[in-house]
Ligand binder design. Structure first.
Ligand code: ANZ
Length: 529
């Protein structure tokens, strides 16, 4: 045993000796390169027609941490290329930028601030139940293993790993970046500190790697660097002059709190989410039935009061039989610029005010609030519908965070709508509970609007009967039914009514939840590009 140990030590020392020598040489060479400024490339003298140049660039890494092995791997390609071309006698330039633009740094700085507010300074992290289990596991392992020091550090790590959302504390992330001193970590509550800290440290790391960079030509982005800032502005002006770019608006995921678009890397959840476009169907409340609380806001210039339903199937509007609201969801009424007074969920209204629905971008006044149940039984005009008047009825499966929370009902082609309509038709108790008269429900049957082989002209009722769906609560079956007929209806369905009668549905057819890193619920906004 002692023999083996001695043998290992000798080999290790031998290895270290070699390594130390190589490291020494590396350092000497790097000092020599710096002293003789070999990587500083000046503008070549073009009067001599010396175009024997080579330029390499690396996409600026983002300055919210130290570089990792993936960066080193990608950098090695630039590094080898520029080294090789230099050996071939080319005049080589390798500049290096540090990317600081965007909300990630600001969001991480704010998280540190929040952690101090919640947990004091230095933050006292609490262990969670499952982390305790984790720690116990580590303790058991410790008993069997000889390298106790190593495991101690492991147990410490698992102890303070996560906050109540299961996410790592920003403080811990800073420690994992090698910043151990709590006072030093506190400095990162200032976003500017990130911009001074990481570029400096990363530059040192890259110098140690021996990167052949002209460090005179290194820079940070953002307006902390007026030169770079004006360079970017210059580029945009040139592109605009050349007619290559246009100033316009686009639907974008937007954070009202941060007052700017919330792109993927700015989000703490909801990466990859794109705006979902819906068609809004305005179902006008009969003027003589406008709720009393709204009447005071209706003037001669008000262009009607509407329930704003969101649909993905505008081509089915001929078959509307009623409008669904959830009894317990809170709906708001707000005045729009061009569309009268609209009623929908607050979340949907919030989205619309960022899409130029109101006079002042991002601002609106809530004229009244209603629970869905307070609006049941209101008579509506549903555009294009076969029925002149349709009524507001209850649907229990409406989701508050989808569309506008107002759903227009097409029982001929939507299994959900058919199941809910059958519920209210077949259950007098349900009607009674919400004061809904028979006349608002019983005369309303599904309308034939799309022909779909082999399900015939009423695909949703057919599939619901086939699958023995008895109520809107048969959720799994309803999901399956929807999957079965939606795609088929889109590709194979033929419209039977209206302007596009006899055309395929696919030919006739021409708001989402994201949380930004600042913990704001985002909206879809129409914003300047
Ligand atoms: C009319 C219609 C006709 C619809 C039709 C579907 C089929 P997916 O595809 O699941 O996203 N909807 C809208 N908002 C809703 C909410 N807050 N809760 C529950 N359902 C809601 O479904 C989009 C459809 O779900 C929308 O299109 C709307 O019903 C309903 F043959 O409008 B549809």
């Amino acid at each position: 045993m002692s023999h083996e140990t001695t043998g290992t030590t000798i080999i290790e020392e031998h290895l270290t000796v070699k390594l130390n020598i190589i490291r020494k040489i590396e350092k000497q060479m790097q000092e020599q390169w710096t002293a003789s400024k070999v990587f500083e490339a000046d503008v070549p003298d073009h009067s001599t027609n010396n175009y024997n140049t080579f330029f390499v660039t690396f996409p600026y890494p983002y300055m919210n941490g130290r570089l990792h092995l993936g960066h080193a791997f990608s950098l090695s390609k630039c590094e080898f290329a520029v080294g090789y071309q230099r050996l071939r006698g080319k005049h080589c330039l390798f500049p290096f930028g540090f990317h600081c633009t965007g909300m990630s740094i600001r969001a991480a700085a704010d998280k540190l601030k929040g952690e101090i507010e919640d947990l004091g300074f230095p933050p006292q992290f609490q262990m969670h139940a499952d982390e305790e289990v984790e720690e116990k596991k580590v303790v058991i392992l410790n008993e069997d293993e000889s390298s106790a020091i190593d495991n101690k550090s492991k147990s410490k790590k698992s102890k303070a790993a996560a906050n109540s959302d299961g996410k790592q504390y920003q403080w811990e992330i800073m420690r994992s970046l090698g910043i151990e001193d709590d006072n030093e970590i506190r400095r990162f509550t200032d976003p500017q500190y990130w911009i001074s800290y990481f570029p400096l440290h990363i530059k040192r790391d890259l110098e140690m790697m021996g990167l052949k960079v002209d460090w005179r030509r290194s820079f940070i982005t953002t307006d902390a660097n007026p030169f770079y800032d004006s360079f970017v502005r210059w580029q945009f002006h040139r592109l605009k002059e050349g007619g290559k770019i246009q100033f316009g608006k686009r639907y974008t995921i937007y954070s009202p709190k941060d007052n700017q678009p919330c792109m993927d890397h700015d989000r703490s959840s909801g990466e990859g989410v794109e705006p979902q476009g819906y068609t809004l169907i305005k179902l006008r409340i009969h003027d003589d039935h406008i709720p009393a609380i709204l009447k005071t806001h209706v003037t001669s210039s008000t262009n009607g009061v509407y329930l704003a339903a969101a649909t993905l199937r505008p081509e089915t509007m001929y078959g509307q039989t009623n409008c669904w609201l959830h009894p317990d969801i809170l709906y708001v009424a707000f005045e729009t610029r061009l569309h009268g007074i609209l009623i929908c969920t607050r979340r949907a209204a919030q989205n619309m005010v960022y899409q130029e629905f109101t006079h002042i971008y991002g601002q609106y006044t809530i004229l009244a609030e209603f629970l869905g149940s307070e609006l049941f039984g209101l008579p509506l005009y549903a555009p294009l519908s076969y029925y002149e008047t349709v009524y507001v009825l209850p649907m229990m499966t409406i989701k508050e965070d989808k569309g506008t929370g107002v759903v227009t009902s097409v029982p001929s082609d939507s299994p959900d709508d058919y199941a809910a309509l059958m519920d209210i038709k077949n259950k007098p108790n349900l009607r009674e509970k919400y004061h809904i008269k028979e006349s608002m429900v019983l005369p309303y049957d599904p309308v034939e609007i799309i022909e779909l082989e082999p399900d015939g002209r009423l695909a949703a009722p057919t599939i619901c009967n086939q699958m023995k769906i008895h109520s809107q609560n048969d959720r799994d079956k309803l999901l399956e039914a929807k999957e079965k007929i939606y795609t088929k209806s889109f590709y194979d369905g033929i419209l039977l009514v209206g302007k596009y009668a006899n055309t395929k549905v696919s030919d006739a057819k021409k708001t989402c939840k994201v949380i930004s890193r600042s913990n704001d619920e985002c909206v879809v906004a129409l914003v300047d590009q």
